[in-house]
Ligand binder design. Structure first.
Ligand code: AMP
Length: 419
């Protein structure tokens, strides 16, 4: 009988990688907190309707959703992303804006699994709800940028665009629709299907068959009115002033139907083309209202954890944190001393591990070595009888026998820090 393995598109994140994930989220939390964002934990599943508001023309909603009827007959879906949940939470709890929150955790999309694309994947992100201030757009971009730098990533390119305001976008969509409708025969089958639902998505097409039509399409920039232009100019000016390099990318429309004004994307130039986008976001001024809340502008982004770590691998930065404990306790008297000594060290704030099952001295020293601990403390029959303990540097082999009551201080001295 064969055993079970993980479902397609899901993975066990084993040590030491899991420690790296945790560190990734911790660093993100620190960066977000340093910009005034607070941690929010949305549920992993919601009423399907919450996600349908993201736009029924997006693949994420139409093709990739894990939705099902629960035992109570409710139609629910595993979250494919978290912006909708954050906006639903805002509409439900009505906090005082500006509401600045960050989140981290898994999302679920029924995609074709491949390197950098999974069915369960993690994101970290922020949402800033309330102000329609271009400085808010620049701030969230700067936050993401600062985070990439904290990870040590250098090869990140930022693209930005504006979709204009509601009216601009409607006018542009009509012009684009007319342009594309005249060239139906020249479009791929997928784009023909997308066209009636959301012509903007055709601009996103990476299919070679669409390249010529997309290249000649009317440009959003030519349909953006003065108000939205001023908003965008201010975003770009602020980015320039705080030293964040960007490229204006006219075709950047992104997935959500609710995006207005600024959209942006981060790509890793260190990765190959299959999974270059490591994060993206934008302004979604209609979403809170669509979820039953008061009209509330919002801007935010989500960064893919899995893919950002692939970028870190490609650039050789942000390694998994060292999982080693400070001290390894070796006890050849039966194991009871190991329990007491390890407990004393842990109470004194040291991380400590020990061997089990009464192994030989040699075998315990081997385990101590493998553990990566910098210091070993050793109790044998002589030490037990005389109330002493041996403290040993794993690196140099230097060791001292000290009174049991002085162990914590001696360990601190060996570790090179205060007790
Ligand atoms: P999105 O929510 O689609 O705007 O995606 C934001 C980021 O999440 C992307 O740039 C990717 O880094 C990441 N991402 C999206 N979908 C997946 C997936 N299926 N597997 C891994 N990462 C993903």
């Amino acid at each position: 009988m064969s055993g079970f393995t993980t479902s397609p598109g899901t993975r066990d994140i084993l040590p030491p990688d899991a420690g790296r994930w945790r560190a990734f989220q911790d660093v993100f939390g620190e960066v977000a907190a340093s910009h005034g964002y607070r941690y929010l934990i949305p549920p992993m599943f919601e009423d399907l309707g919450v996600f349908l508001r993201l736009g029924e023309a997006t693949d994420v909603v139409t093709k990739e959703m894990y939705d099902f009827e629960d035992k109570g007959g409710r139609r629910v879906a595993l979250r494919p992303e978290q912006t909708a949940s954050v906006c639903r939470a805002f509409a439900q709890h009505r906090p005082v804006p500006p509401w600045k929150v960050w989140y981290a955790g898994p999302n679920f999309r029924y995609e074709k699994p491949q390197q950098g694309r999974y069915r369960q994947f993690d994101q970290v992100g922020v949402e800033l709800l309330g102000p329609c201030d271009p400085d808010a757009d620049a701030e969230v971009i700067a936050l993401a940028w600062g985070f990439y730098r904290r990870l040590g990533l250098q090869q990140i390119a930022l693209s930005v665009n504006t979709l204009g305001d509601e009216g601009d976008l409607q006018r542009y969509t009509a012009v684009l629709q007319a342009y594309l409708a005249e060239r139906l025969d020249e479009l791929s089958e997928e784009s023909r299907a997308t066209l009636s639902r959301n012509p903007l998505r055709v601009l996103d097409s990476k299919r070679p068959a669409d390249a010529a039509v997309v290249a000649g399409a009317p440009r959003i920039v030519d349909h953006v009115g003065d108000g939205a232009r001023a908003h965008f100019d201010r975003v770009l000016a602020t980015l320039g002033e705080i030293g964040i390099p960007y490229a204006v990318e006219d075709r950047l429309v992104r997935g959500l139907d609710y995006y207005r004004h600024t959209t942006f994307e981060f790509v890793s130039t260190a990765l190959d083309a299959a999974h270059v986008a490591v994060g993206g976001g934008g302004r979604y001024d209609g979403l809170v209202e669509a979820l039953g809340g008061p009209p509330t502008p919002g801007v935010g982004f989500a960064l893919g954890l899995d893919r950002t770590l692939l970028a870190c691998d490609a650039e050789g930065c942000f390694p998994a944190p060292d999982p080693s404990v400070d001290v390894f306790v070796v006890d050849t008297t039966g194991g009871r001393e190991a329990a007491l000594v390890a407990d004393e060290l842990r109470r004194a704030g040291r991380s400590a591990d020990r061997a089990y099952e009464q192994r030989s001295m040699k075998s315990q020293m081997k385990i101590a070595d493998r553990s990566g601990a910098r210091v070993a403390v050793i109790v044998g029959t002589d030490e037990l009888a005389s109330g002493t303990i041996v403290v040993r540097s794993m690196k140099s082999g230097e060791q001292r026998t000290v009174a049991r009551s002085e162990m914590v201080g001696a360990v601190a001295a060996f570790l090179g820090g205060a007790a």
